[in-house]
Design a protein around this ligand. Structure first.
Ligand code: UDP
Ligand code: MG
Length: 324
């Protein structure tokens, strides 16, 4: 029997857990009857500070489709997704949020797109950003416009992490063990045929989102720095531009001095120019610094996450990842 692994990152989701589990059970039951497919629920507890882990443990005891990994602290959703993909055993894997913002009702459609239509991935995207603060939508849209112009991977506006993929795609993603993870970019970078499935944005019913505006800003910088070196080119271009301007100014000053002598004047101009160039230099230095800091973290080669406890099934031999 073929198996779908549902990878569910959970961070302080005690209120969503019961409704989520109930919903997943009913959808998996339907799919089991219709397509004869089995399920594995792989919960990744990302250092929750509430009762999430207890709930997961209890459920795992009662239902042996439920597996879990519990981190030693909060490592972030990216790390949770990575851990899930590394440890899932299914023939297909789905990454799905625990807060029911990713409707499990889409699973059959995703499954059919892959099995009947031959796609490698089926990814949900939000058709509209209804219910989201206007300012957040504006910045999100601008981010996608910007990153698609400068990065060498296509990132779809509204694309979510909610996606079903074949084992082949899972293995492809696992070949990217980078520390600075930007899942949307990684998912797009590996390629393969993706079917885009629209859905309406659903508001979170329980708990609160962990994303602050600043958090999203940092996350988008992560995306830009991980998938584009365009900011470095910008720094070089500004250097060249300033160099050309200064050449012209030198020419102007020399000619003026030869024609009219040298009246000592122009300190304000001098100061302004020094400040301008100093500012641009610091800006460029900052860009270079951003890349160096990413390299620094990458070179340290720290693990993406640490596990405190887990309950995983027997790995199936065909899925075992070769030790390095
Ligand atoms: N999440 C996680 N670790 C974190 C933050 C979030 O595993 O540090 C999980 C969270 O439990 C949820 C999913 O990632 O299942 C999406 O989080 P959230 O709803 O806060 O993000 P949003 O839906 O606003 O993008
Ligand atoms: Mg959410």
């Amino acid at each position: 029997m073929k198996v779908i692994s549902l990878i569910i990152p959970c961070y302080n989701e005690e209120e969503s857990f019961a409704p989520l589990y109930e919903k997943l059970c009913s959808v998996s039951q339907q799919m089991n009857e219709k397509y004869g497919i089995g399920f594995e629920f792989l919960m990744v507890n990302d250092g929750s500070r509430d009762q999430t882990l207890e709930l997961i443990r209890n459920t795992a005891e009662a239902d042996d489709r439920v597996k879990y990994i519990s981190f030693s602290r909060n490592f972030g959703k990216e790390a949770a997704i990575y851990a899930g993909l590394q440890n899932c055993t299914g023939d297909y894997a789905v990454v799905i949020d625990a807060d029911l913002q990713h409707p499990p009702d889409m699973l059959p459609v995703m499954y059919e797109s892959i099995v009947n239509e031959g796609y490698d991935c089926a990814t949900a995207y939000r058709e509209s950003r209804v219910g989201e603060p206007k300012i957040r939508s504006f910045f999100a849209r601008s981010f996608y416009k910007f990153i698609n112009r400068i990065a060498n991977v296509k990132m779809t506006d509204g694309a979510t992490d909610y996606s079903m993929m074949t084992r082949q795609v899972v293995e492809a993603i696992l070949t990217m063990p980078e520390y600075n993870r930007f899942y949307k970019g990684i998912h797009s970078w590996v390629g393969f045929e993706t079917k885009w499935l629209p859905y309406q944005n659903i508001e979170r019913e329980h708990g609160t989102t962990t994303w602050s505006f600043f958090g999203l800003f940092r996350y988008s910088m992560e995306g830009i720095l991980s998938f584009s070196t365009a900011p470095l080119v910008l720094a070089s271009l500004m250097g060249i531009l300033l160099f050309l301007i200064s050449l012209m100014m030198i020419g102007y000053v020399v000619i003026r001095t030869l024609l009219f002598g040298d009246p000592v004047a122009g300190f304000p101009t001098l100061i302004s120019v020094i400040l301008l160039i100093g500012g641009v230099q610091f800006f460029c230095l900052g860009i270079v610094g951003q890349y160096i800091s990413k390299m620094y973290l990458e070179i340290k080669n720290r693990p993406v996450y640490l596990v405190k406890e887990s309950k995983l099934g027997e790995r199936r031999a065909s899925n075992a990842i070769e030790p390095m």
